[in-house]
Every structure is written in structure tokens, then in C-alpha cells.
Design a protein around this ligand. Structure first.
Ligand SMILES: [Zn+2]
Length: 294
């Protein structure tokens, strides 16, 4: 094997003292130094890349944490909004159920749906479906509210019950004429009651007649809208004037025997589109639901 005699001389000259330093290095030493240098460099590069990667991962981690926090806040806010809506809807539902009870409607089906939606609210996906369910319930409530309001107006303006409690002494329809030979058509019912006792309006409305009218004697007529009017005849005294707004139960006059009457009583008549109808159903109706086939 041939011996390697490749030596190199490194001369370093000092500018200050004009001295020379001579370093003699072998070819293999240079090679080793080069290899060591390259290895060091690549290790350094590797470490740098790793450090950069770690820094990137860390930044990404912080970003994810921030996003997560923001999402949690959003989620909580959305939940709070939905809870507030739910509370409003529940209050509304409660109010509507009270109205429905007043009127006698059964709306238990709707309340069950609302109670069903309140349970099990979890992740954001569920929030969406919960919100959709709330929208659905809210629109049904809106519809219910409108129909209940209509119903309430109809209830208030439909004559129900007695203008005065008493015995029905003469019913609606064909009857023997109490004053002459033959028969006559009785357009209302006669309710026997003590002279001077109060007579009440059977529904909300506006007084359209208050005065004397032929065989009716002293008469009050109340218009309830939708073509409905009530007549209260033979009064001894009238307590209202034309144009007065009255509510069900308000006193409008007193029992008498004015006009074509043989004893003190109230002639109570209901007209629909100016045609007399049998008041019996209305007098004995407990609620508007009994009168839906008017
Ligand atoms: Zn009569």
C-alpha cells in the first residue's frame, strides 16, 4: 500500500509584526475537517428545521385554542339567545293556554311539543335543530295566538247567556196570539222577571236603538258586529243611549211591561242579518264552541 505524502502548508502572516506562522496539515486532515464541517452544518440545518416546525406547531396550537375559545363563547351566546327565546315562547304559550282555557279550547297538543324541545340541548348541531324546532313552535304559536284573538273577539261579541235570569214564559216561534184570535210568530223569548229588576247586555256591542217602539214598548237594541243584534223589549226604564259602547253584563235597563205586554217580562230577541233567530241556543250555550254552527 502506497503511503499518502500529500501535505499542505498553511501560511498565516501577521500584518502587525511581519511574522509568519506555518501550519503543515496532511491531506486526510483537511478531508476530515471538511467532513466534520459538513456534518456539523447539516446537523445545524436539521435542528433549525425542527425548531421552525415546532414553532409553527406551537403557533397553530395557540390558534386552535383561540378558535376553540371563540367557538365556545359563540356557542354559549347562541344557547343564551335560544334560552331567552324559549322563555319568551313559554311565557307566550302560558298566556295562550290561559286564553284557551277561558274560551274552552283544548290546546294541550301544542304545549307538549314545546316541553319536548326543552330537553337535551347539547352540541352546536343540536343547537341548530333546536333553533329550527323553536322557529316551528313559534310560528305555530303565532297562528294559535291569532286564531285565539279572533276567537276572543267572537266570544265577546256573541250573545251568550241570559239578559236576566227567569222563567221562559213564551218561546220562540209560532204561538197563539195572546191579544187576538189565531196565531202569530214570536220573534224572541219572553223571560218573566220582577218589575224593575236590572236587564244586562248579553255581549259587547254598541247601542243602536234606545227608546219606545210600538209593541216592543221601551226597547234597547245592541249591535254586536258580524250581523248580530240583540233586542230587549218591554223595559220600564232605559239606562243607555244610542252610540253607547256596552260590555257583556252591563246594565242597559230595567224589567217592565211597556208596549204589548200582559205581565212584567223581558222580550229578548236575537237577530242575524236582521232576521230573528231562536235565542234558546245562545241563552243556554256555555261557550262559543257550542255556537260554531250559527
Ligand atoms: Zn215577546
Amino acid at each position: 500500500m502506497r503511503k499518502d505524502h500529500r501535505f499542505y502548508t498553511l501560511i498565516i502572516a501577521s500584518a502587525a509584526s511581519a511574522r509568519f506562522y506555518r501550519i503543515i496539515v496532511h491531506h486526510r486532515q483537511i478531508k476530515a475537517a471538511l467532513i466534520a464541517g459538513l456534518t456539523g452544518l447539516s446537523v445545524l440545518m436539521g435542528v433549525s428545521i425542527w425548531v421552525f416546525k415546532q414553532a409553527g406547531l406551537l403557533a397553530h396550537y395557540h390558534l386552535v385554542v383561540r378558535e376553540n375559545r371563540a367557538l365556545k363563547r359563540e356557542h354559549a351566546a347562541a344557547l343564551r339567545r335560544l334560552r331567552a327565546r324559549l322563555a319568551a315562547i313559554e311565557a307566550e304559550s302560558h298566556r295562550l293556554r290561559q286564553i284557551a282555557e277561558e274560551i274552552g279550547l283544548n290546546v294541550s297538543g301544542d304545549s307538549e311539543t314545546i316541553e319536548g324541545t326543552t330537553s337535551g340541548v347539547g352540541g352546536p348541531g343540536e343547537l341548530d335543530s333546536f333553533a329550527q324546532e323553536l322557529d316551528r313552535v313559534a310560528s305555530r304559536l303565532q297562528w294559535l295566538r291569532e286564531s285565539l284573538d279572533d276567537e276572543r273577539v267572537r266570544l265577546a261579541t256573541t250573545p251568550i247567556g241570559w239578559p236576566i235570569y227567569g222563567r221562559i214564559t213564551s218561546g220562540y216561534g209560532l204561538r197563539r196570539d195572546p191579544f187576538a184570535e189565531g196565531y202569530e210568530f214570536h220573534t224572541g223569548v219572553d223571560i218573566g222577571a220582577g218589575y224593575g229588576r236590572p236587564v244586562n247586555a248579553t255581549a259587547d256591542g254598541i247601542v243602536v236603538y234606545a227608546g219606545y217602539r210600538g209593541s216592543y214598548g221601551k226597547l234597547v237594541v245592541i249591535d254586536h258586529g258580524q250581523g248580530m243584534r240583540t233586542f230587549y223589549g218591554h223595559l220600564s226604564h232605559i239606562d243607555v243611549a244610542v252610540g253607547d259602547r256596552v260590555q257583556r253584563g252591563d246594565r242597559i235597563g230595567r224589567v217592565g211591561r211597556t208596549g204589548r205586554a200582559t205581565a212584567s217580562h223581558v222580550h229578548y230577541e236575537i237577530r242575524f242579518d236582521d232576521r230573528p233567530i231562536n235565542p234558546r241556543r245562545y241563552i243556554f250555550a256555555r261557550s262559543i264552541l257550542a255556537l260554531t254552527s250559527r
